[in-house]
Design a protein around this ligand. Sequence first.
Ligand code: GRF
Length: 197
Amino acid sequence: MTVKLVVLISGNGSNLQAILDACEKKVINAKVVAVISNNSGAFGLVRAEKAGINTIVLPNLTSGTRIEYDKRLADIVEELRVDFVILAGWMRLLSSAFLQRFQGKVINIHPALPGFFPGTHAIERSFDAFLIGEVDRGGVMVHYVPDEGVDSGPILMSREIFFRQGETLDQFEARIHDLEHILLVEALQKLISGKIN
Ligand code: GRF
């Protein structure tokens, strides 16, 4: 059985690329049936098109509420009949109008350890905390999104990465992204084997 995924993105899509590569190489027994973006300029859409994946753009509403947006998004996702919804750099908070319809199916990746630096700019904030001696490590987590909590929810996998004395933010960020691409695929393997077994 091949597990069906939809990937939600807002930007570069390097995590999407990691998923597409893993599917292509059969590292995971999954197929991305569509990529959805709230941003028509997201480079991840180009990656998806290059891989022959259906893309859908649902721009942020200029008028209308967050609930209306999320209902519309949920209708689109429901039609795709996927096993899991992967938030890979999706820069909108999903309300329960969306989440209630996909309980146990929504997965997010966050570039920090559980309980640390929820929200945007987590890599920069981790790095700043390191510079002032507040933390000695950062990390990545992949977790379920059961509710409106920000970058919280039951952990599927997390992994630490220690700061290196003298490294720049760019260097640290590159290491975090490399780790994300590995951990996301491992987490999907775990998720998919649970689904298949
Ligand atoms: C990643 O760091 C992800 O953890 C965060 O947003 C970033 C998206 O990067 N939520 P990309 O678009 O996958 O390259």
